[in-house]
Ligand binder design. Structure first.
Ligand code: RFL
Length: 395
């Protein structure tokens, strides 16, 4: 058992994104103390729109931890993935091919809002507007996190463990000495122009492949859609007027009647991958984007973050409740196994769906290989099944 009297809390969690909030809720459910320190305001994190699909594993997790009613309410179920190939629709019944497993559509900001609500209602300690967060003593048995609150007052929290859930640009990962971590990065050489718009969601999440380039159309709430359009890495946003966005979407999706709607947000995302190994150092555990980022292709970034959070919550519970430190020692290996599997899935899809587009971009050989791979999803139950299994996420 940990010597709580000497400490302020069991787990100091840095960051109130999907990973930090999930970890906080699971620990709270397990009766383990934690404090969450977030740099931004509550309003800011509750409005941040990013991911939108919860895989089957995440749904199972919220059900098992008794949070499903609160978190998953009204989330749309979608068991079908549409591929629009040269304007022709083809459907992959993901739930059927994956043995009844399927995800839910739940925009990330709703997930975050609900996790904040559940944690606070349960008496959780969540502090917004924390500036200058810094970590120390990570390789001792009294790690601490310091910060300044909104009024400028300095605070220090001593914990048993520190969870770095502060995303890719956070302070946790750099707190690990450089010689104690190996970093893997990969630039996929592709840009995605991403648009959030007031356009009715598609019937099914749709990937569109054609000589005009890749595009995707995903639901984001009852009236909004997120679109992705393949573009050059680092492409100038100014080159994309609203008129060009919808002209390109109609052409690439092969739907001349796609409605035009207000563009709420646009950005260029360079497709890149990043993994740090190990995901822990002393009593610090990195969770989610702090440890790895993955291209948006395949929709696994948020899901990896939630999976890490559950592995860590279980491991801390074993350490605190049973004095068993092994799951904490295994944390990094367990999470990295899943991370690399999903990186492979995301890379596989990226190649298949981009090389299938304009042969002038991919070259005629890679173009035909990619088309064969795509076609096989519909002609081979095994190929379709593997794709569906990875898309739905593990059991
Ligand atoms: P987050 O969400 O970045 O949260 C980190 C939190 O830490 C705070 N923070 C700090 N707090 C205190 N002190 C500091 N020094 C701090 N520095 C940072 C931040 O304010 C923030 O609140 O990381 P987390 O929790 O690991 O969650 C990861 C997910 O957000 C991310 O993987 C996904 O959004 C990725 N992603 C997608 N994932 C999917 O599963 N499916 C998708 O369809 C999907 N689409 C996307 C995406 C990411 C996108 N962006 C960011 C390029 C679409 C987009 C456009």
């Amino acid at each position: 058992m940990s010597d709580l009297a000497q400490r302020d809390t069991t787990v100091a969690i840095i960051g109130a994104g999907p990973s930090g909030l999930t970890l906080a809720n699971l620990l709270r459910t397990a009766g383990i103390g934690c404090v969450v320190l977030e740099r931004r305001s509550r309003e800011y994190v509750e409005q941040r729109q990013r991911a939108g699909v919860l895989e089957h594993r995440a749904v199972r997790m919220f059900e098992e931890w008794g949070l499903a009613d609160r978190v998953l309410r009204d989330s749309r179920v979608d068991g079908v993935q549409e591929f629009r190939v040269d304007g022709e629709p083809r459907f992959l019944p993901i739930a059927e091919l994956a043995g009844g497993r399927f995800g839910r559509i739940l925009p990330q900001q709703f997930l975050v809002q609900r996790l904040i609500g559940a944690f606070l209602e349960n008496g959780g300690d969540l502090r917004f507007g924390c500036a200058d967060v810094a970590l120390d003593g990570l390789d001792t048995d009294r790690p601490a996190v310091t910060y300044r609150d909104g009024a400028g007052a300095a605070h220090r929290i001593v914990a048993d463990y520190v969870a770095g859930c502060d995303g890719f640009h956070g302070v946790s990962r750099p707190a690990i000495p450089e010689d104690a971590r190996t970093v893997y990065t990969y630039d996929h050489g592709i840009g995605w122009f991403t648009v959030l718009a007031d356009v009715p969601p598609p019937r099914h999440p749709t990937f569109a492949v054609s000589e005009h380039g890749f595009a995707a159309h995903f639901p984001r709430g009852p009236r909004s859609s997120r679109f992705y359009l393949q573009c050059a890495p680092g492409e100038d946003l100014g080159a994309w007027t609203d008129e060009r966005i919808f002209e390109q979407l109609r052409r690439r999706i092969g739907d001349p009647d796609l409605p035009v709607g207000a563009v709420l947000e646009k950005a260029v995302v360079d497709m890149r991958s990043f993994v740090v190994d190990p995901m822990s150092y002393g009593r610090l555990f990195l969770v989610g984007d702090a440890a790895h980022i993955i291209t948006p292709m395949g929709g696994k970034g948020m899901n990896l973050a939630l999976a890490d959070a559950e592995v860590l919550a279980r491991a801390v519970r074993s350490a605190v409740r049973d004095g068993d430190q092994r799951p904490l020692r295994d944390y990094s290996r367990v999470c990295l196994d899943r991370t690399w599997s999903y990186q492979e899935y995301s890379r596989w899809m990226t190649e298949m769906l981009h090389d299938s587009g304009d042969p002038a971009t991919s070259g005629p050989f890679r173009h035909r290989i990619a088309r064969a791979r795509l076609n096989r999803l519909f002609t081979s139950a095994n190929a379709g099944g593997l794709f569906a299994e990875l898309m739905a996420g593990e059991a």
